[in-house]
Design a protein around this ligand. Structure first.
Ligand code: NAP
Ligand code: SF4
Length: 674
């Protein structure tokens, strides 16, 4: 008897059956743009082997003007059809099903040629769109239909028509983008004509026995978004037009409410999809922040949807479904919703991968093959670098021992998990604990490894991490000064008025920790109130009229840096704005361009600019140092001095700009070579 009966139940679509209720949602990884079709095929086939019922590709442009950026992948020629067939064949051989997403970006296209209902520029794009005339609209429909026909020729099991997230079809639905007065604008019937026409004509063109998913924006999270009545009206019309399945879209890309970041509670929007259940007869998929089999099972058993869509969890672990089915949920590498290696890469023009699984999208290049000679390997340090190295080495058959001076594994992850909104790190540490035990790795907790202890191992990997940087501020030895370690480990009392020195990732985390009592991530209603999310049945677009209503801050915090630039500039591309907004909501003062002059019992004395002008006292009870880190290399240096060779990775190698992404990637890549 499985623990996930709803999740693993097949879904009969009439002409075909899905083997379970799991959809791998569309992700723009950048793989298709490489045109390395073997690599693309291996990415999807790996996930098909892992048991997911149906996958959706990254968005494929139906034409040049609809591409998310110039050169975005699409299915434009017979050659393209043959290339995509390499992918679909490999997926089918692996026992999977795959649908191609047709994504027309409309005014979100990063291109001067972008088009939309009206010439209304989006707040997140520099390019104003051209307003389409009637012929132009007909061309877009016809190109979308052609893409669907080509998808069928390429062997796809279906298509997903992207109608949410504020993309082209979605743009026609709302009056602040659609200002037309012809048959495509004005009344809601006119504004929803385009998506219905698209679905009708795609269905006519592809035949009855082809999956047609329509991704519908259930809650726009923008002012002037759709009403709930309009959502239901559109859903019914899309069903009547021939869709097989309705997928859920949450929020336009220009929304200022987070929808998938790690601080968003798990399954935070399934209640929205649930409102549609019973309104339509076709299966409905729910989405967003579902990342464990139990969360997915709960959502389904609660009647929120017929299927769940998970996307990033399949970057983290291609075998998610197979492991759930085998009762090995504890061994699923958890997606922590950090965006650091997936979406942040996409938006920086880099190939997506995954912080916790650097093999994602690198399946053909980063291979953990069985070792030709089994070695004994000592890994010193059980932070993310050491743990990932140890697991990858063990997977290759090496005999691994981990030395860790603390009484627990996890290193800096144990501090991250204390930060409100970063609760997912608990699951990551638990995963590493489960995997270390499963792999039979010898764990030597509470042991400080020295040169003698490491004698006799064939290889030694130093992953001893980092030490806090000494900012050398006069007075920093005072009892009112703490390091971020004291604070995040909860060891030291912190006063009501606090200055945080250093505004990197840790400075932001510490500020969040200091102003928050109960994390709203653990309480859905509190989180919805904090960010101003309302029921779309009560208010258009689901944006509360009163706006965000955060709990008052529990401390008065000032966050400082020396650089005269916006604080948090180097935080994640897709999440930095959330961290900044969260602190602004809690009245955290952010000050750049300071010199730290001294600390005394009155607080922190600063001056401004190169001339050290405008001396100012920031009157606080506590000063917390978050001034970055330096490598902890003492063991590596001792080994080298003793004539031993070792591999130094993670923060012990380079501390600046260190994050878990680089540490895990470096460790896994090293393990692949030993
Ligand atoms: P960091 O990002 O390098 O930031 C260090 C901060 O300390 C900067 O604000 C820097 O600003 C300041 N600083 C540097 N030298 C200083 C000195 N001598 N005296 C005073 N201030 C000094 O390091 P971190 O905050 O410790 O974070 C470590 C890594 O963890 C980062 O790479 C980060 O990406 C990652 N991380 C990320 C997140 C996230 O994305 N949410 C969260 C936690 C950690 P000035 O030089 O301008 O003063
Ligand atoms: Fe999830 Fe982070 Fe991996 Fe993206 S990089 S898939 S958000 S764990």
């Amino acid at each position: 008897m499985t623990a996930y009966p709803h999740l693993l139940a097949p879904l009969d679509l009439g002409f075909t059956t899905l083997k379970n209720r799991v959809l791998m949602g569309s992700m723009h990884t950048g793989l298709e743009e490489t045109r390395d079709w073997n690599r693309v095929a291996e990415f999807y086939a790996t996930r098909a082997r892992g048991g997911v019922a149906l996958m959706v590709t990254g968005g494929m442009a139906p034409n040049a003007e609809g591409g998310v950026f110039p050169g975005a992948a699409g299915l434009f020629s017979d050659d393209d059809i043959a290339n995509h067939k390499i992918v679909t064949d490999r997926v089918h051989d692996a026992g999977g099903k795959i649908a191609m997403q047709i994504l027309h970006a409309g005014r979100y296209a990063y291109s001067q040629d972008c088009v939309s209902a009206s010439a209304v520029k989006s707040p997140i794009s520099p390019f104003p769109p051209k307003e389409l005339d009637a012929d132009g609209i007909e061309k877009q429909i016809s190109d979308i239909v052609t893409a669907a026909v080509r998808a069928r020729q390429a062997g796809y099991d279906g298509v997903e028509v992207m109608g949410s997230e504020g993309y082209f079809l979605n743009q026609f639905l709302v009056t602040h983008v659609n200002k037309r007065t012809d048959e495509w604008g004005g009344s809601y019937e006119n504004r929803m004509r385009l998506p219905i026409e698209v679905v009708t004509r795609v269905r006519e063109a592809v035949g009855a026995d082809f999956i047609l998913i329509y991704r519908l924006s259930m809650i726009d999270l923008i002012p002037n978004g759709s009403t709930w009545a309009e959502v239901v009206q559109l859903a019914k019309a899309i069903e009547a037009a021939g869709a097989t399945i309705l997928n859920t879209g949450i929020g336009w890309h220009e929304a200022r409410i987070p929808t998938i970041a790690t601080s968003v509670p798990r399954a935070a929007f399934s209640w929205v999809t649930k409102k549609l259940m019973g309104e339509v007869g076709i299966p409905v998929i729910t989405s967003n922040r579902i990342n464990t089999p139990q969360v997915a099972e709960d959502v389904l058993s609660d009647g929120c949807a017929d299927m769940v869509s998970m996307a990033r969890p399949f970057l983290a672990d291609p075998d998610f479904v197979a492991k759930a089915a085998a009762g090995q949920a504890a061994q699923i590498t958890p997606c922590i919703a950090c965006n650091q290696a997936c979406l942040d890469h996409t938006f920086s023009g880099k190939m997506s991968t995954c912080l916790v699984n650097p093999r994602a999208c690198y399946e053909t290049e980063l291979v953990l093959s069985p070792a030709s000679a089994v070695k004994t390997v000592a890994v010193v340090g059980a932070g993310p670098a050491g743990l990932s190295t140890a697991l990858a080495l063990s997977e290759r058959g090496h005999k691994v021992s981990i030395f860790e001076k603390a009484k627990q594994i996890g290193g800096q992850l144990n501090m991250a998990k204390q930060v409100p909104g970063k609760e997912e790190f608990w699951g990551l540490v638990e995963y590493y604990e489960a995997m270390v035990a499963e792999a039979g790795i010898k764990l030597r907790l509470g042991e400080v490894a020295d040169v003698d202890a490491l004698a006799g191992f064939d290889e030694v990997v130093i992953a001893t991490g980092v030490l806090p940087r000494d900012p050398a501020i006069p007075g920093q030895d005072g009892s009112n000064v703490l390091s971020y370690i004291d604070v995040l480990r909860g060891k030291a009392p912190v006063g009501k008025r606090v200055a945080v020195i250093g505004a990197g990732g840790i400075g932001f985390d510490v500020a969040e920790f200091l102003v928050t009592d109960d994390s709203p991530t653990d309480d859905l209603q509190a989180w919805l109130t904090e960010w101003g999310v309302a029921d779309p049945q009560d208010v258009r677009g689901g944006v509360a009229a009163a706006g965000p209503q955060p709990e008052p801050p529990v401390r008065e915090v000032t966050l400082l840096q020396r650089k005269a630039q916006k604080l948090g500039k180097n935080l994640g591309k897709t999440t930095g704005w959330i961290h900044r907004a969260a602190l602004q909501m809690k009245n955290v003062k952010m000050i750049g361009g300071v010199n730290y002059e001294r600390i005394d019992a009155d607080g922190l004395h600063v001056s401004y600019g190169e001339a050290r002008e405008n001396p100012t006292l920031i009157a606080v009870d506590t000063i917390v140092l978050c001034a970055g880190q330096v490598p902890e290399r003492s063991l590596a240096d001792a080994l080298i001095a003793a004539g031993r060779t070792c591999h130094v990775i993670g923060g012990a190698d380079v501390a600046s700009e260190l994050d878990a992404k680089r540490a895990i990637d470096q460790g896994t890549r090293l393990a692949a070579t030993l």
